[in-house]
Design a protein. Structure first.
Length: 153
């Protein structure tokens, strides 16, 4: 009997993780589409850093009321090349929830002029490297026209 547990190699899970990660890196690098990873096991936090893309990471499950406006202004002000949005399916139920959902939809749609209220400025998602992650496909994205690759579903 072996002390090594090779179950994930034998059942193909390790191959699936590696394939999903390679596809994510490919989509993120090209900036033609956005990526939505449906796999909580794939770590996206350092994706930009690992690929040499000046990126901003945000975990939406940790946001509070008022964070939306601050984050959108920060993102626009610093002109990041990439955006990584984690836990897009776990947005807290607070006053910013609808704003965050709209933000995610427009990022995945790669909208060229997403307005940031109340400043009147806009973010060009079309020029950014964009990756998002969820543990399941978010209800608010169902039926939406998006320019994204779903990975891991």
């Amino acid at each position: 009997m072996s002390v090594l547990d090779l179950g994930d190699f034998d059942n193909g899970m390790m191959d699936k993780e590696v394939e999903d990660l390679c596809l994510l890196r490919n989509v993120f690098e090209r900036r033609f589409m956005s990526a939505l990873v449906i796999n909580p096991g794939i770590d996206v936090k350092n994706l930009g850093k690992d690929m040499g893309v000046r990126s901003k990471y945000i975990d939406l499950s940790q946001t509070s009321k008022g964070d939306y406006n601050l984050f959108a202004l920060h993102l626009n002000q610093f002109g990041y090349d990439g955006l990584i949005i984690d836990n897009v399916d776990k947005i807290p139920r607070n006053a910013d929830r609808e704003d965050w959902e709209c933000f995610v939809r427009y990022a995945l749609k790669r909208e060229n002029e997403y307005p940031i209220l109340p400043s009147g400025e806009s973010i060009n998602f079309g020029e950014m490297h964009i990756a998002t992650r969820a543990s399941e496909y978010p209800e608010y994205l169902k039926g939406e026209s998006l320019q994204m690759m779903v990975i891991g579903a």
